[in-house]
Design a protein around this ligand. Sequence first.
Ligand code: GRF
Length: 203
Amino acid sequence: KRVVVLVSGSGRNLQALLDHAAAGTLQASIVGVLSNRADAYALERARLAKVPAICLPHQNYPERADFDRALADAVSALAPDIVLMAGFMRVLGDAFLERFAGRMLNIHPSLLPRHPGLRTHDRVLEAGDSEHGATVHFVTPELDGGPRIIQGKFRVPAQHTAAMLAEKLMTEIELRIYPQAVAWFARGELGLEAGRVKFRGVP
Ligand code: GRF
């Protein structure tokens, strides 16, 4: 399967996906990485892995829909079976999402439906939550609201700051569950049917 990854930041999730692809445990190859930010270290990770790295700065497009269309065209040109958001920090409109419906995944740093949106680690602490985690879900027009595929969680340790929670979540949960979900999807073991996640088991 052909995978395209959308990024905006450091790309640690991307790195885990690249490592699994290289090891043969993703059941897919990453054929392109696209960023809306030129300074995203994720682009450098892609180049080091010899994967085409493309930057489309969103500020170059006067309207949000223009950026969506340009990004959709750039993604389509790579002919992906799967489109992944991995720390991609732009909200995409329907024009983009409709073109990749049912084959687009995101990882979000909270136990959705709790804490959609930004600053999840701070909000976990502010709310006094006893648990924190991450969620891989299908992308739909509802922000962080698409059907959920897998979650991983832990008890919030005493005295942890938001930064410590973010690091614990990344290393213990995110870097494990995203490659797992992508491998399931790439092997055809799960899909979106009538708006629900359907696990098909090993064929
Ligand atoms: C991760 O916490 C991810 O869940 C969130 O943004 C962060 C991206 O980090 N959507 P990285 O770019 O993968 O290092």
